[in-house]
Design a protein around this ligand. Structure first.
Ligand code: MTE
Ligand code: MO
Length: 376
């Protein structure tokens, strides 16, 4: 069993798949704390968790002209300044289960909690690439380039998990892309990429390569299956007979997202006052400026109170949590609770799933709805 060496996991996690391990925390635990405890942080593995010996570990970084640096953990920590950033990671498949309710899609049935937030500590990718010989000018000189990452987790054919991001995402001004060795002040846990992972703020989870083995700069995107033939969006008109992965762009920055974490769907709530809780986040460093909540299916709205870190404009990498306390309409036997977020570019979430349905069930960010019963 190639999975026999996987680490132990927290029993509260809701498991979507055991081998490989994929799990999310119960939604109501997600918004108990601003930073998600490491044990509860959602876990998305495509392959067995590799056992990496920290003493013999080397990060290989290909420099211009093919020279390869091999950096040990002490070298990485000693040579480059430590940088810490609070970043939310979200899987492209977060809330996929809602898409499958419209029409079956292919993929793990994630609820609303394939998203979590941590304070990551590590070195800046930009500093490591600069040390290898790359500069800010490279992009203009050579046309678009990509920073490619390879994990140390491999499938049975020996192919490693891989992904890439545009060069400017890594090297641009204000770039906060990290090679992280710490998560919430602790050593990076094995499930989250020990000893070193990429954290690409504002970008889909899939590019945040764990158990990082190799970094290179190339003219082309990563050749990995997960870069080229997965993690792309399509029209609702596209099916498995017509889909063409070569023409759609790889998902990088994610769209604006929010969801209700409390009360739970189908719960019974008492008359009087109701408190609704949730999270809101947007990709590309666009902060969340507002969350609107409705108790009557979207006919009337109230503005929720935002809590948590308010990060710099353009570099708002982490979610805001939100809450609303409102009177329950006296005549209501049921409530149709809805939330929707607005980001700094005034992007909004679509009101229904149908027009954004896609065969892979990614980018599921319609208004989130939770129905509850009102009773003593
Ligand atoms: N990196 C490697 N090496 N192998 C993987 O399977 N999964 C990716 C990404 N990085 C993956 C990986 C996906 S799809 C997501 S959503 C995030 O890791 C999940 O990170 P987490 O498990 O730390 O939450
Ligand atoms: Mo993912």
């Amino acid at each position: 069993d190639p999975y026999s060496g996987d680490p132990p996991r927290h029993p509260a996690l809701k498991v979507n798949s055991l081998k490989p391990f994929n799990a999310e925390p119960p939604a109501e635990l997600l918004t108990e704390t601003y930073l998600t405890p490491n044990q509860l942080f959602f876990k998305r593995n495509h392959l067995p968790v590799p056992a990496v010996d920290p003493a013999s570990y080397r990060l290989r970084v290909e420099g211009p002209g093919g020279r390869v640096l091999a950096l040990s953990l002490p070298e990485l920590k000693g040579r480059f300044p430590k940088h810490e950033v609070t970043v939310t990671l979200q899987c492209a498949g977060n809330r996929r289960a809602e898409m499958s309710r419209v029409r079956q899609v292919k993929g793990l049935e994630w609820g609303v909690a394939a998203i979590s937030t941590a304070r990551w500590g590590g070195v800046r990718l930009r500093d490591v690439l600069a040390h290898a010989g790359y500069g800010e000018e490279e992009e203009e000189e050579a046309g678009e380039q990509h920073v490619c990452f390879e994990g140390l987790d491999k499938d049975l054919s020996g192919a490693a998990y891989g992904a890439s991001i545009p060069y400017r995402t890594a090297m641009g001004r204000g770039a906060d892309v990290l090679l992280a060795y710490e998560m919430n002040g602790e050593e990076l846990p094995r499930d989250h990429g020990y000893p070193l992972r990429v954290v690409v703020p504002g970008v889909v989870g899939a590019r945040n390569v764990k158990w990082l083995g190799r970094v290179s700069v190339r003219r082309e995107e990563s050749p990995s299956h997960w870069q080229r033939n997965d993690y792309k969006g399509f029209s609702p008109a596209v099916d498995w007979d017509t889909v063409d992965f070569t023409t759609a762009p790889a998902i990088q920055e994610l769209p604006v997202q929010s969801a209700i974490t409390e009360p739970a769907p189908g719960a019974t709530v008492p008359p009087g006052e109701l408190t609704v809780k949730g999270y809101a986040w947007s990709g590309g460093g666009r902060g969340v400026v507002r969350v609107d909540v409705s108790l009557d299916g979207g006919r009337t709205w109230r503005v929720a109170e935002l809590t948590g870190e308010e990060q710099r404009p353009g570099r708002a990498w982490a979610w805001r949590l939100w809450r609303l306390t409102a009177p329950v309409p006296p005549d209501a036997a049921e409530l149709d609770i809805v939330c929707k977020a607005v980001d700094a570019s005034y992007n909004v979430q679509p009101d229904t799933v149908e027009p954004i349905w896609n065969l892979r069930g990614v980018l599921s960010n319609a208004w989130h709805r939770v129905r509850v019963t009102v009773a003593e």
